[in-house]
Design a protein around this ligand. Structure first.
Ligand code: COA
Length: 569
């Protein structure tokens, strides 16, 4: 079938559905929901058999839904209606939740149900539930609904015919989210902030300044007067509750962008007592620890839980210090575990943007950040004593993908998506030694196609083309357990010494053929142009990305029906 994905943005769920539906043999094109007239035009050009809307922020025009079956993905159980489905479910501590695929009609979220799936809730932020449980359930439900539509004869059911169902819910307002630091315990504070994370954040104040809070973590030992900000650690601030304290990792001040909390309140945080951790070893009690190391015999594992997978210069420098330390440990295999939701999304575009808001320069901060990423990648490429494995349990994008490829092996969870290309960010050329790392894995032609086409890769596809070395099933905890098991077996295997010797020899041969410094210099020559040259595309793209400017058109590489010469096949 020809299926048009009508969506607010090409977010991770839309990317997954695009890949899954194409794998089923359907012809897919994408149109962003910009204006009714634009959607009508897209429908006229593509003449879809079916329209699927994975992520919309407003209703579909009657001119479209009255002539075509439009299937809407709603992140709520059958009968649940309204734009804050997940927010309410998290805040009210629902044990189970679900996804419903329903047909668009004149009434929002009230049309007949084509498929639904449910799942157990987890204590996590909204965006994490969306990227994991919701995305998995939505893929299953959409594939089933599409099969039913294709087979014909399926009578979609009215929501009222289901025994257990949700109800119409109002949009959640900041007044519904409000915290009372004199009364709310840590569990309540965590749950409320998580219900608003990544968007819109929980409206509150810090140091007497209004702001939205994100990225909350429990603390188990430090305490203080309820509501007081009592300490800082690297980028996070610690605020006391009635029964403990909670770390706040990110905030958005009024008229500003989302930033690490200690950077957003740099002046105010300067006088706070520091609460550093004593080492890289993973804490055995709950606290905020963005970089953590654990070891099991000959196997080491380095975790880096950076919000949204974005890696600022300072984070890269700290991770490099941790890596240098981990490389001295008596281990034979070192796992690079990344974070739970993302492995890495490359340079930290928000921190770079923040440099331009003050006295600094975004170009200088971009330059510092890409060099810090490169230093980290270099440290991984030159790890002669260990086999390094990037364990991608979460999605990865841009430079983050090549940082992973700087390891000897890349093991990816089946559900993850990789976006190993840079050009979407204002034609950025990219660095992280990709010109060395990519062609030797996938060949020059495929490398060029990846960079040119800018399409997401599923883990399965990444394995097929040689970008990944293994693709493992399961949810994130099952993946981590399996990775630890398989890497442990590799570390204990008798042939490890030979593998390490072969790796060192290969590196010497590669270095003799062309030094890494030459790859870096060539890439940075291009990047210098991106950052300091006359074409401001990267700075403009970054500006819009961090401010979440709504799209004004669908990029050509997604709107396949808008290609010149397109004809309905
Ligand atoms: N720097 C700062 N923030 C980043 C980021 C980066 N490099 N990459 C992603 N984010 C943030 C997004 O702004 C968003 O923030 P929110 O919490 O306020 O919503 C969040 O991470 C999730 O991103 P989103 O785009 O919604 O996730 P996705 O899974 O749908 O898409 C990517 C993932 C990687 C395709 C997309 O985020 C992207 O293109 N990121 C930019 C990558 C890049 O160009 N890096 C710089 C070059 S090395």
């Amino acid at each position: 079938m020809r299926i048009l994905l009508l969506t607010h943005a090409f977010n991770s769920l839309t990317q997954r559905l695009d890949a899954e539906l194409r794998a089923c043999g359907h012809r897919i094109s994408i149109e962003f929901d910009i204006a009714d007239s634009v959607t009508e035009e897209a429908v006229a050009l593509f003449r879809p058999d079916l329209i699927v809307a994975p992520y919309l922020r407003r209703a579909i025009a009657e001119s479209v839904w009255s002539r075509h079956v439009c299937l809407i993905v709603h992140p709520g159980i059958v009968g649940d209606r309204g734009p804050s489905a997940l927010d309410w479910a998290i805040q009210e501590d629902a044990r189970r939740w679900g996804v419903t695929v329903l047909q668009a009609t004149g009434e929002m979220d009230a049309g007949p149900v084509w498929a639904s799936e449910d799942f157990a809730m987890r204590s996590a932020k909204k965006s994490s539930l969306y990227r994991n449980e919701v995305t998995q359930a939505a893929c299953r439900a959409v594939l089933q609904a599409v099969q039913r539509f294709e087979a014909g004869g399926y009578a979609a059911q009215s929501p009222e015919s289901f025994a257990q169902r949700g109800s119409q819910r109002a949009p959640m307002k900041q007044a519904d989210r409000r915290l009372d630091w004199q009364r709310d315990d840590s569990a309540t504070v965590l749950r409320r902030i998580r219900a608003a994370d990544g968007f819109p954040g929980l409206g509150d104040s810090l140091f007497g300044q209004p702001c939205q809070l994100f990225d909350a973590w429990p603390e188990s030992t430090l305490r203080g007067a309820p509501g007081a900000v009592i300490a800082r650690r690297e980028t996070a601030l610690l605020r006391a509750t009635v029964d403990g304290a909670v770390w706040i990792g990110h905030v958005k001040r009024s008229d500003s962008i989302k930033l690490p909390a200690a950077l957003a309140f740099e002046a105010e945080a300067a006088d706070l007592p520091q609460a550093p951790l004593q080492s890289w070893w993973r804490s055995d009690v709950p606290t905020w620890q963005d970089i953590a190391y654990a070891e099991d015999g000959p196997l080491g594992a380095l975790y880096f839980e950076f919000y949204n997978g974005a890696m600022s210069s300072a984070q890269c420098e700290r991770l490099r210090a941790a890596l240098q330390w981990a490389r001295q440990r008596p281990t034979g295999v070192l796992l690079l575990m990344g974070g739970e939701d993302f492995w890495s999304n490359g340079i930290h575009l928000n921190v770079i943007e923040a440099a331009s808001l003050g006295q600094g320069s975004a170009a200088d901060e971009s330059w510092r950040n890409i060099n810090a990423m490169n230093d980290l990648a270099l440290e991984l490429i030159n790890s002669p004593q260990q086999i390094t494995i990037a364990a991608l349990g979460g999605n990865s994008g841009a430079g983050g993908c090549f940082l992973a490829r700087a390891c000897d092996l890349v093991w990816a969870r089946e559900a993850v998506l990789l976006n190993p290309h840079y050009r979407n960010m204002g034609n950025l050329y990219g660095s992280e030694y990709w010109t060395y790392l990519l062609p030797r894995r996938v060949g020059i032609e495929t490398a060029q196609a990846i960079m040119r086409d800018r399409q997401p890769l599923t883990a399965r596809r990444a394995l097929e083309i040689g970008f990944a070395d293994a693709c493992l099933p399961g949810d994130a905890p099952a993946f981590r357990a399996e990775v630890l098991r398989q890497a442990g077996a590799l570390a204990a295997a008798p042939g490890l010494g030979e593998q390490l010797a072969a790796k060192r020899e290969q590196r010497q041969r590669d270095e003799a053929a062309k030094p890494l410094a030459a790859y870096r210099e060539e890439e940075l020559t291009q990047m210098r142009r991106n950052f300091y040259g006359f074409d401001p595309s990267y700075h403009i793209a970054r500006h819009h990305f961090v401010r979440k400017s709504p799209a004004s058109w669908t990029p050509r590489h997604l709107a396949r029906h808008r290609e010149l010469g397109w004809k309905v096949p």
